[in-house]
Design a protein around this ligand. Structure first.
Ligand SMILES: Nc1nc2c(c(=O)[nH]1)N[C@H]1C(S)=C(S)[C@@H](COP(=O)(O)OP(=O)(O)OC[C@H]3O[C@@H](n4cnc5c(=O)[nH]c(N)nc54)[C@H](O)[C@@H]3O)O[C@H]1N2
Ligand SMILES: Nc1nc2c(c(=O)[nH]1)N[C@H]1C(S)=C(S)[C@@H](COP(=O)(O)OP(=O)(O)OC[C@H]3O[C@@H](n4cnc5c(=O)[nH]c(N)nc54)[C@H](O)[C@@H]3O)O[C@H]1N2
Ligand SMILES: [Mo]
Length: 772
């Protein structure tokens, strides 16, 4: 794990298998929870247990099967750790000293145990009482000239109950400034899919994976980021479904996987091939692939018509359910195969064979992740996935559909219960109905707008319900400088992280319960609820004793802040609701009618499905139909025109959860003990007369004159397409310019950054901490 020697050595094992069991054992031991951790794991995703705090992939009905998942286990171990970040620890280390620590070491300090306030005289965090902390926040917020001078961030781990209270408080306070992690993640889905199919979420359920004849995966890494999906892919592969992946990296789990549940694979060290075909598309080449596949479908359909064979297009569906097909068809016919091949990096024949597998499948599921959404044309990309599905009527029937794989375990639920900077009329009416006040309707700030406001000095207070904003955002050196000028920063958090060191003039860290822990309120032990990537809502109750007796639950902390800020002017019975979370759910039900009988339905094992109109072929779009939407041209990110530049993509290693590092290794990509690397192919190295192991600087091509450099990265030769390179998030974020985002969804273009490679100064060669 952390002590891994810095090496590049070829890792030959399949994904999963014994390697995953070994890694899990090491993770539990490292966090000092080998025995209690294993017991905790057995309660994960059980009807009476807690929801995995890792990813948002659903569980088989939250019934009783135990699905082993290495990265779920690591997420639990990192929360259930026996390490503590105590007042003594924070007295021993100044903030300036900690700022020089590695992100890994910061979180290894352990769980936060007490509310802490920054003391400028000693440059340390010192303990503060809860009531005093709430009063300080209230005083700051009430001193603002306008509520719009404060920003309220949410990371997607908060429960429905916490997120609902948070947005209620912020709206009653008087702003809609809700930057959230979705803004950096699946916003392109939330904006793009409603225009296409009338819902901003996926249309498949877990059981659809059992009925799909083909599964296509665009820019998503299931073996690392949604490992429980591997059970579904493993089963699909074994029953003969085609699985086709498009990824610049040959991700190990997309190649082959050994299911730790499968005794024969484990005993015989064998594995199951996952992808029928794995196409190494160029970074930013998916729009070309998708348009190419659609063009190939048109060609096959022409051929079928000419030879009087069954049609390839679902003409009945297209005629009855959709609009815009003619414009799409005209655009596809006008797009040349040469340009498609050049942009995707794939041969026409490869794209045609992918299209043939798609056409041969009666039912197909189209899965996608950050490789699709985090581009300048992220929204239009998402819509191309929808177009491809619609051409064969692959929406709203068993075994078929569009499947965006969400990120944080409750990011989807947070949105459903009102975390949005663009409140709908229904949300505003709902709050008025439930609480008797009418929140403002004007749009607030998202992540990009929040940062712009910080840079201009228009934002004064930042409150984060979880997350690590200062490390997750683009352009973080500039952002962090601006955050240091804020009047107040507040972080409600489980673990110590970088953002806590990027503090405003006043700063608080408020420690909260995690999902694995028992949450007792006035009316007894409470459970919370979450929504997974497939719109299933279910309850979650921790069973571990809290990491410290001082911890409070997120709903209790939000209520404390609300009470201290709003005082007598509030219309919300904060203490009454926090005493019993059933009451919060009753309020959610009044605001959002889809949650009718909320408390009754979460008491049924497995929870309930929130429903999707598109799944029933009801199109809640402005046209009342599903819409084919044309992608103009083939560039996903503005062309840079520099023959020497490469497209950089920034992604996760196997051993990290966003900004949380489980180790410095990435075994499936054969990198051990180091993250300050850049992956480039042999041809690109040769062209530059560079070699693996050399230290280089990455320099972004900036349009705004700002110099963006990450120094001292080690070159790793890797089989990537030409014209691309890859580096890790968050280390590479200083290269992502704030202005580079999708104008529709405003998602930063984390996966399409033009950069140049520059040989590092001699002094840098061989240095470890060369990153800017
Ligand atoms: N263990 C673990 N689980 C997680 C997370 C984690 O960090 N660790 N994060 C959670 C969150 S918040 C999210 S959003 C999800 C993220 O899960 P993913 O969507 O899988 O995110 P990434 O790892 O950033 O990138 C996905 C894949 O896209 C590929 N890729 C990069 N650029 C392109 C491109 O231009 N085109 C194509 N086709 N592929 C490309 C990368 O090689 C990588 O395999 O996972 C969630 N689950
Ligand atoms: N370059 C680049 N940048 C990216 C991405 C990328 O692919 N490339 N991906 C983007 C994406 S998809 C996302 S979602 C964002 C993620 O951005 P964030 O959600 O802001 O970041 P995380 O690293 O998930 O936050 C980790 C912290 O959350 C806190 N935490 C953990 N559990 C809990 C809990 O139960 N309650 C509370 N209150 N706090 C808790 C801990 O203190 C921990 O340190 O980053 C984005 N940034
Ligand atoms: Mo995410």
């Amino acid at each position: 794990m952390a002590s891994d020697k810095k090496t590049i050595r070829i890792y030959t094992e399949p994904a999963g298998g014994w390697g995953a069991l070994r890694a899990t054992g090491e993770a539990l031991a490292l966090q000092g929870v080998a025995v209690s951790g294993a017991r905790t794991l057995l309660r994960m995703n059980q009807p009476e247990g807690f929801d995995c705090p890792g990813c948002a992939w659903p569980d088989p009905k939250h019934t009783s099967s135990f699905e082993f998942c290495e990265n779920g286990a690591k997420a639990v171990a990192w929360e259930a750790t026996d390490k503590r970040c105590t007042p003594d620890f924070l007295a021993a280390h100044s903030v300036s000293e900690l700022a020089a620590w590695d992100d890994y070491d910061l979180e290894m300090a352990g769980r936060l145990t007490h509310p802490m306030r920054y003391d400028a005289v000693t440059d340390r965090y010192v303990p503060i009482g809860w009531d005093e902390a709430f009063a300080l926040i209230g005083a700051h917020l009430n001193a603002l000239e306008s509520p719009n001078e404060a920003d309220f961030y949410t990371s997607g781990r908060a429960s429905n109950e916490a997120a609902f209270l948070y947005q209620l408080f912020v709206r009653e306070f008087g702003t809609n400034n809700f930057p959230d992690c979705s803004n950096m993640c699946h916003e392109a889905t939330s904006v793009g899919l409603p225009q296409s199919i009338g819902v901003g979420k996926g249309t498949v359920l877990l059981e659809d994976f059992e009925h799909a004849d083909a599964i296509f995966i665009f820019g998503q890494n299931p073996g690392t980021n949604s490992p429980r999906m591997m059970s579904d892919l493993h089963a699909a592969s074994r029953r003969g479904a085609s699985i086709v992946s498009f990824n610049p990296f040959r991700e190990r789990a997309l190649e082959r996987f050994a299911a730790p549940q499968n005794p024969i694979e484990m005993a015989t060290f064998s594995s199951t091939p996952i992808s029928t075909c794995l196409y190494q598309v160029k970074v930013g080449g998916d729009a070309a692939v998708l348009k190419g596949m659609m063009k190939a479908l048109l060609d096959m359909d022409d051929d079928a018509v000419a030879h009087d064979r069954p049609r390839i297009l679902d003409t009945e569906f297209i005629a009855g359910h959709t609009l815009g097909f003619e414009a799409l068809e005209a655009d596809l016919r006008a797009t040349s195969w040469e340009s498609i091949a050049a942009h995707s990096g794939l041969a026409q024949a490869d794209i045609e064979s992918a299209a043939s597998l798609y056409a041969a499948a009666k039912n197909a599921i189209l899965v996608y992740g950050m490789g699709i959404t985090q581009h300048h044309c992220g929204t239009a990309n998402v819509q191309q996935v929808a177009n491809l599905a619609l051409m064969r009527g692959n929406v709203g029937r068993p075994g078929a559909g569009v499947c965006p794989v969400r990120g944080h375990s409750n990011v989807q639920g947070n949105r459903t219960v009102g975390i949005t900077e663009k409140p709908s009329a229904a949300l505003i009416d709902g709050i008025e109905r439930a609480f008797g006040f009418r929140p403002g309707a004007e749009h607030g700030r998202d992540v990009v707008a929040t940062i712009e406001a910080m840079l201009k000095g228009e934002s004064k207070v930042f409150i984060g319900l979880g997350g690590n904003f200062a490390a997750a955002v683009p352009d973080w050196p500039r952002v962090q400088a601006a955050m240091r000028g804020l009047a107040l920063t507040v972080h409600i958090a489980t673990k110590f992280n970088r953002s806590h060191l990027v503090h405003g003039k006043d700063a608080l860290i408020l420690p909260c319960l995690g999902r694995t822990e028992i949450d007792v309120q006035a009316n007894g032990p409470q459970s919370i609820t979450v929504e997974d990537s497939m719109s299933m809502v279910h309850a979650s109750a921790g069973r571990n004793p809290p990491a410290s007796p001082e911890l409070r639950s997120e709903p209790a902390i939000v209520a404390g802040i609300a009470r201290a800020t709003l005082g007598a002017r509030t219309r919300v019975p904060w203490e009454h609701m926090v005493a019993d979370y059933d009451r919060i759910r009753e309020a959610i039900e009044i605001v959002f009618p889809a949650f009718q009988a909320y408390n009754a339905r979460i008491r049924v094992p497995g929870g309930f499905y929130l429903g999707s109109t598109a799944r029933d072929r009801i199109w809640a779009t402005s046209t009342g139909k599903a819409n084919f939407l044309v992608f103009q041209g083939l560039d996903e990110d503005p062309a840079h025109g520099d023959p020497d530049a490469l497209w950089l993509t920034t992604m996760r290693s196997h051993d990290q959860y966003n900004t949380t590092l489980y180790s410095h290794s990435d075994r499936y990509r054969s990198v051990f003990g180091q993250r300050d690397v850049v992956f480039v192919n042999a041809g690109e190295l040769r062209r530059r007369e560079m070699q693996e192991g050399e230290r280089v600087d990455l320099v972004a091509l900036s349009r705004d004159g700002v110099e963006r450099v990450v120094r001292g990265l080690m070159l790793v030769e890797y089989a990537l397409p030409d014209g691309c390179c890859g580096a890790y998030y968050p280390e590479a974020n200083p290269l992502v310019p704030l202005y580079a985002y999708d104008p529709q969804s405003r998602t930063p273009s984390y996966k399409g950054v033009p950069v140049k490679i520059r040989r590092a100064a001699a002094a840098q060669q061989g240095s470890r901490h060369g990153v800017l």
